[in-house]
Design a protein around this ligand. Structure first.
Ligand SMILES: NC(=O)c1ccc[n+]([C@@H]2O[C@H](COP(=O)([O-])OP(=O)(O)OC[C@H]3O[C@@H](n4cnc5c(N)ncnc54)[C@H](OP(=O)(O)O)[C@@H]3O)[C@@H](O)[C@H]2O)c1
Length: 349
């Protein structure tokens, strides 16, 4: 019996955005504990660029050629052995583990434990803008910062995709939210219920907020270690500094906890996010919708911004990451094309 084929984007070697090729490959079949999902939408994340560049190959080795993309929304077409509670035709979302073949394809095999039912109130393809960044916001606020009702939180970088979800989740927790955003994101962040907005492009955030103290400072922006020290000064005694980019100082004093977040898959948390979407409490923001064939262009457009983030991380971490960046800078920088958008790009096969 001949294997069914499908279109997918793959890379056969680590490198810049030019290694991404749209080609015909074998369609996956559902292994034990997996379902096959017909992809309605997938979305781009910086993590996809880091994996493509091979920056984390020591920690996260990929079998090449590799199909990228960690976020998926789609419909189950096949159920593997041992999977219970899911049926062919179910609409689902998932954050895929980084080492399995990804969702930049017409079909993807998904571990059943990664699945959550898709939101019913938004277009299925758009739901692909939720898993990775939504889980990052959730885990930052609730697992790490342990945000409580009535607390004051500063969200630095609220104009980002993670920031949009973080502001909405913090407002939904009855926290008082101060957010930093530029002109292009200010109105959207305000519409999510932020109490105060500081335009980081016009003023220094630590200066604008000097003398104020926050129970939680959540950093989502590409900041230097020096900037993080100034942000930590804004944390109240016994409070938390949580960063998803560069870390804060290990010992911040004054009983301040500093944490660096790396998102992990969690289907129960994803289901909580979906429930909030369907309850009208969490808006999924999609900046643009493109065809999967445009994935290489999306990577190229994001390369300047991603290179900045990678360089900051390498300066802090040293080790393998710094060595990789020095050995093959073009894998990260590539050839930047146009301006990166703020927010999520959803791609449909
Ligand atoms: N650790 C993890 O697990 C994890 C997970 C997801 C993402 N990340 C990282 O987190 C960051 C955000 O990710 P994303 O996908 O949400 O990015 P994104 O949507 O592309 O966010 C870009 C936005 O960040 C804002 N920004 C940039 N520099 C800023 C600064 N100095 N101060 C305040 N805001 C600034 C800008 O907002 P304006 O429009 O307001 O100018 C820009 O639109 C990225 O660096 C990404 O690599 C980490």
């Amino acid at each position: 019996m001949s294997t069914a084929r499908m279109k997918a984007v793959r890379y056969h070697s680590y490198g810049g955005s030019e290694v991404l090729v749209h080609e015909e490959v074998d369609r996956p079949v559902a292994g034990a504990g997996q379902v096959v999902v017909r992809v309605a939408g997938t979305s781009f994340n910086d993590a996809d660029a880091g994996l493509r560049a091979g920056l984390r190959r020591d920690l996260i080795p990929l079998a090449l050629p590799h199909i990228p993309n960690l976020d998926v929304a789609g419909v189950i077409t096949e159920i593997g052995a041992g999977v219970t509670g899911r049926r062919v035709g179910d609409a689902v979302v998932a954050l895929l583990p980084p080492t399995v073949p990804g969702a930049a394809a017409e079909y993807v095999a998904v571990p059943a434990e990664s699945l959550a039912s898709a939101p019913r109130t938004v277009d299925l393809a758009d739901a692909a803008a939720l898993p990775l960044v939504g889980l990052t916001a959730w885990q930052s606020l609730f697992e790490h910062a342990e945000l409580k009702p009535g607390q004051h939180v500063l969200i630095n970088g609220a104009g980002s995709a993670v920031g949009g979800y973080a502001v909405q989740l913090a407002v939904g927790t009855c926290a008082t939210v101060t957010a930093t955003a530029g002109a292009r994101s200010r109105d959207r962040v305000r519409s999510y219920g932020a109490d105060r907005i500081v335009d980081y492009t016009e003023t220094s955030v630590p200066q604008a907020l000097a003398g104020q103290q926050f129970d939680v400072v959540l950093n989502l922006a590409p900041t230097s270690l020096e900037e993080n020290v100034r942000l930590v000064d804004l944390v109240a005694e016994g409070g938390a500094f949580v960063s998803i980019t560069t870390p804060g100082p290990e010992d911040a004093g004054r009983g301040v906890r500093t944490m660096r977040v790396f998102v992990h898959g969690d289907a129960a948390q994803l289901a909580e996010l979906v429930a909030r979407v369907d309850a009208g409490e969490l808006a999924i923001e999609v900046a643009e919708r493109l065809s999967l064939a445009d994935l290489a262009t999306v990577h190229a457009r994001a390369s300047a911004r991603f290179a900045h983030v990678a360089e900051l991380a390498a300066r802090v971490e040293g080790g393998h990451l710094a060595k990789r960046l020095r050995a093959d800078p073009t894998a990260v920088h590539g050839r930047p094309v146009g301006e990166p958008l703020a927010g999520k790009t959803v791609l449909t096969p």
